[in-house]
Design a protein around this ligand. Structure first.
Ligand code: GRF
Length: 205
């Protein structure tokens, strides 16, 4: 069986990338392989995580290229590497409708809350956890979804709930959501999608 060639797109720390690489190393990603990591910032620590594992990296820096050019370059790089699944992991560039459309059913994102709550434009990083605490909800979590033109609005693939504690700060909640939900469901879902993409009916899509 040919594995699905995965590209992970990151902007920062890359702990979700790490979770996916660790799953691969542990044999938990039999249908896919991470062959490329793309960052939109040369200082993204995710690049170091990739290099440590011998995964090819490419940087299209926000400081260097305007959005349209950057996106074109990313698209060309994905095509050149014959990428079958694009995994957004803390990637801070909003991709255009055309880009997303070209990878329909082959582009995933993880959001640090239970969508459709606490999602949408401007909801990223600690802002999500601040909003969760402000709303006073007792349960939050993470969501893996297909990416569509609507910000955080694509079909949901997986969710995992995490308890909100009385004494949580946005930072403590962010850490718990990552540890208990994101790093668990993202590698699992990536494998499930790869498994599906290796089925004969997906060939040539
Ligand atoms: C995660 O919280 C993820 O849910 C969100 O961005 C953050 C990325 O963190 N989309 P990392 O770079 O994977 O550590």
């Amino acid at each position: 069986m040919e594995k699905i060639r995965i590209a992970v797109l990151c902007s920062g720390g890359g702990t979700n990338l790490q979770a996916i690489l660790d799953a691969e190393e542990a044999g938990l990603l039999p249908c896919g392989e991470v062959v490329l990591v793309i960052a939109d910032s040369s200082s993204a620590y995710a690049l170091k995580r990739a290099q440590r594992r011998g995964v090819e990296t490419a940087v299209f820096d926000k400081k260097e290229y305007p959005k349209v050019v950057r996106e074109e370059k990313i698209f060309a790089c994905l095509k050149e590497h014959e990428i079958g699944l694009v995994v957004l992991a803390g990637f801070m560039t909003v991709l255009s409708e055309a880009f997303v459309g070209a990878f329909r059913g082959r582009i995933l994102n993880i959001h640090p809350a239970l969508l459709p709550s606490f999602g949408g434009v401007g909801m990223y990083g600690l802002k999500v956890h601040e909003a969760v605490l402000k709303a006073g909800v007792k349960v939050t979590g993470a969501t893996v979804h297909f990416v569509t033109a609507e910000c955080d609005g694509g079909p949901i693939l997986a969710q995992r709930a995490v308890e909100v504690h009385e004494d949580d700060t946005p930072e403590s909640l962010q850490k718990r959501v990552m540890r208990e939900a994101e790093w668990v469901i993202y590698p699992e879902t990536v494998e499930k999608v790869c498994e599906r993409l290796t089925q004969p009916r997906h060939k040539g899509v």
